[in-house]
Design a protein around this ligand. Structure first.
Ligand SMILES: Cc1cc2nc3c(=O)[nH]c(=O)nc-3n(C[C@H](O)[C@H](O)[C@H](O)COP(=O)(O)OP(=O)(O)OC[C@H]3O[C@@H](n4cnc5c(N)ncnc54)[C@H](O)[C@@H]3O)c2cc1C
Length: 397
């Protein structure tokens, strides 16, 4: 038997979820409140290592994966995101970036690059970071200013990246930069790996964020950083293509993250509604709360269906271009739903919902807020969906 919310999964995927859930209960759950309180990376790192050792981070890398799943794919990645994020957004964030940039290097890199960079991230030995955003460049990624110039056998990279997850804790940075400023940036951008310890690489600031406590996020400063010429990933001036080609998978994984936070918030609200007695009966028996829970559960199931649809389509090998609508719908809808559910969970839990004393509802509310911004804002997702819904009508971004 399976729950209706696992309808989209086959027997092997459902078993994977169960096994993973037991792992998370044992290896993640006991630490999440302390991570939140202390904002401690020191507590996060061993969890990423354990996830790697258990084989969960190598799932997207067939060459390295040694577990029992015959065809690991994005569906397993979504299950991983969901199970991790429902316990801790920060743990999921710390682990996911390595998987995302690892996948880029795996797909576009050569064997040497895979061994050197992907393998250690796949086993949780090294942490990854992805450098796209800059002070003046967010949604409009093509406007980036970070420059790389070839000097003999090295790239010399200069620029400053902002809002970079794992900035101060990463070992491997995948930096997107302009390598040919004379052409349209879409055709003059490249992706280059920079390793921790490179001279000129620093992380001047770690930001104090609304949520995702424990996950480092901030600036990455590149002052004439030298990276070997061979660290170029995916070919010269192919960076925009490299970046775009993984967005569907990334957005679908992000949607999985939204499901995790939404699920946790709804569970909290449901539990509270069942036990909090006011006016002589549990508040869950008051019609407003009773129906609200029904509404939220329906939203969550709808988000889940969109997310697993996108994941299944990717795993089916449907070409990337045809998938952008479905992946964007999953990210857009699941992030909006996570925010609605987290907001209502705080409301249902009343003062306890607003307090850190006994519940996590306020954390889910803060953690959910990022989901409509990072990894492409809701507005950008709507733009992508609309380009396919109204192919004849073009708007300027
Ligand atoms: C906690 C956190 C983690 C992050 N992690 C990373 C990371 O690891 N690596 C990385 O490179 N980046 C990361 N980012 C950056 C993130 O991807 C960007 O914040 C996001 O893409 C939006 O860019 P922006 O913040 O510059 O907003 P802007 O692009 O300046 O947009 C501001 C607002 O305007 C809207 N807007 C912009 N253009 C249009 C338009 N044409 N039409 C309608 N509305 C528009 C946006 O939707 C948004 O609501 C992270 C950000 C945060 C906050």
């Amino acid at each position: 038997m399976f729950a209706s919310d696992d309808f989209f999964l086959n027997e092997e995927e459902r078993q994977f979820r169960q096994e993973l859930s037991a792992f998370c209960q044992e290896q993640v759950e006991p630490y999440v409140d302390q991570i939140e309180r202390t904002e401690s990376w020191e507590l996060l790192r061993p969890i990423v290592t354990k996830l790697g050792q258990a084989g969960y981070l190598s799932l997207p890398f067939p060459k390295f994966y040694q577990g029992g799943i015959p065809h690991p794919g994005i569906v397993h990645g979504v299950i991983l995101s969901e199970e991790l994020a429902c316990r801790s957004a920060a743990v999921n964030g710390a682990a996911a970036t390595g998987v995302i940039i690892g996948r880029t290097i795996y797909d576009f890199g050569n064997d040497e690059q895979r061994e050197r960079y992907v393998r250690p991230m796949a086993f949780g030995e090294k942490i990854g970071a992805m450098g796209i955003t800059e002070e003046e460049v967010g949604s409009d990624t093509a406007g980036m200013k970070t420059r790389a110039i070839l000097d003999g056998d090295h790239w010399v990279i200069t620029g400053k990246k902002k809002f970079i997850g794992n900035n101060s804790t990463a070992d491997i940075f995948l930096i997107y930069c302009i390598t040919d400023p004379t052409v349209d940036p879409h055709r003059g951008m490249s992706a280059i790996v920079v390793e921790k310890g490179a001279r000129g690489l620093s992380t001047p600031k770690v930001f104090d964020l609304m949520g995702w406590k424990g996950l480092a996020n901030g600036e990455v400063l590149l002052e004439e950083v030298r990276a070997p010429r061979s660290n170029l990933i995916g070919g010269l001036n192919r960076g925009f293509y490299v970046l775009m080609s993984h967005l569907n998978g990334e957005r679908t994984l992000a949607a999985g993250q939204c499901l995790g936070i939404a699920r946790a918030a709804l569970e909290e609200a449901r539990r509270f509604a069942g036990r909090r007695v006011q006016f002589g009966e549990p508040i869950g028996q008051k019609q407003d709360v009773y129906f609200k829970i029904a509404h939220l559960a329906t939203l969550l199931d709808a988000a889940r269906l969109l997310t697993y649809r996108a994941a299944k389509m990717i795993d089916a090998g449907i070409d990337q271009r045809s998938l952008s609508r479905e992946a964007s719908m999953a990210k857009y809808y699941a992030s909006e739903v996570a925010n609605i559910i987290a907001n209502e969970a705080v409301q249902i839990c009343g003062g306890e919902g607003y307090s850190k004393e006994n519940l996590r509802a306020e954390r889910y509310y803060r953690d959910a807020r990022l989901l409509k911004i990072a990894g492409g804002t809701s507005e950008m997702q709507k733009y992508i969906i609309a380009t396919q819904e109204l192919p004849g009508l073009k708007i300027r971004l």
